[in-house]
Design a protein around this ligand. Structure first.
Ligand code: HPA
Ligand code: ZN
Length: 340
């Protein structure tokens, strides 16, 4: 039974809405790029890198994540990183992706928009042409830095805004509440950008309220801790506010104790608009299908819930309504066919 559900999840066309491109840097590519760019890493081999990927919380992970991205130096490096992720999408039937990137993780090292934007964009265009994968880019502000730095980043991005759909908020959540970024999100709205924010991963429900009320977000990234507040759950459910949930990330960053305790089924039962995502697949043990597999193995996820989660992914995307409808009709056809 679980094997056939895993095959179903693998086969379905899927949308991924919460993936940090820097978090798709596999250990092998990290070592290869370090070599190519003459950078010395504190890891002699792949095993040593994998061993270092042992985290107790978000901050443990972020320390290694920022160190890892130091190998990304040239336009070609950003292209190769993005292309490798898109090939994984292709293998796993992810047909649409909305990709986060962290400009300040690069500009702080002297690598500018003129380096990473063409590299990432070239890979996205190639994926549309050669693999039929559609995509959007979402630029995240690092919340451990201040709002002035976020404003500088938004300004530096202005020549590239045709290629950027929205802004997000990521990095260390606790102690860096959404309200601190209210003005820069307002400016992003004036520029016609979509808005999303990580909230309720480690932070309390109050941070989710702030993201909704002060940042005007279109989606909440993670949102797990919303479950602690019944009023918030009701509000999220009645507004069909998307939550981009990341099961393997939740396990590896100790947001949950074990996969069997993942609240995804409870979220759906409460009427929440959750979808499944990989977050930082190279660091957390897998891409989209591995996340479905883990839920199927450990939580008893059902066939109907799989269809619900996959449909929520497309419906929560920033694709135009006609494209969402086309994806949904394909999924509904597969739903009918899989009943037989
Ligand atoms: N949370 C916050 N910041 C991040 C994450 C995350 O899961 N992944 C990459 N940056
Ligand atoms: Zn994330």
């Amino acid at each position: 039974m679980t094997a056939s559900l895993k095959r179903l999840a693998a086969r379905l066309p899927k949308a991924e809405l919460h993936i940090h491109i820097e978090g798709s840097l596999e250990p092998a590519m990290m070592l290869e790029l370090a070599d190519r760019n003459g950078i010395t890493l504190p890891y002699p081999d792949i095993d040593a890198v994998s061993k270092a990927y042992n985290f107790n919380c978000l901050q443990d992970f972020l320390d290694i994540y920022y160190q890892g991205m130091s190998v990304l130096q040239t336009e070609q490096d950003f292209h190769d990183l993005t292309w490798a992720y898109l090939q994984r999408c292709h293998q796993q039937n992810v047909v649409h992706c909305e990709i986060f990137f962290d400009p300040q993780g690069h500009t702080e090292r002297g690598i500018g928009f003129e380096v990473f934007m063409p590299g990432i964009s070239r890979a996205l265009e190639k994926a549309q042409d050669e693999l039929g994968i559609s995509s959007r880019l979402i630029m995240c502000f690092l919340r451990h830095l201040d709002e002035a730095s976020a404003f500088e980043t938004l300004q530096a991005a202005e020549p590239y805004l045709d290629a950027i759909t929205g802004v997000g908020l990521d990095s260390s959540e606790l102690g860096h509440p959404p309200h601190l970024f209210r003005n820069v999100f307002e400016r992003a709205a004036q520029l016609g950008l979509k808005r999303v924010a990580h909230a309720g991963e480690e932070g309390p429900p109050a941070y989710v309220y702030e993201a909704l009320d002060l940042l005007g977000v279109d989606r909440i990234d993670h949102g797990n801790r919303s479950l602690e507040d019944d009023e918030l759950v009701k509000r999220l459910a009645s507004g069909r506010m998307p939550l981009t949930v990341c099961p393997q990330s939740n396990l590896r960053l100790a947001v949950i104790d074990d996969m069997a305790a993942h609240p995804i089924r409870k979220m759906l039962a409460l009427g929440l608009n959750a979808c499944i995502n990989s977050d930082d697949p190279a660091y957390f043990g897998g891409y989209m299908n591995e996340n479905f597999d883990a839920l199927i193995t450990s939580t008893g996820l059902t066939r109907d819930e799989i269809f619900q989660l996959v449909g929520n992914g497309f419906k929560s995307s920033f694709l135009p309504p006609a494209e969402i409808a086309a994806h949904m009709s394909r999924i509904n056809e597969m739903r009918e066919a899989s009943k037989e």
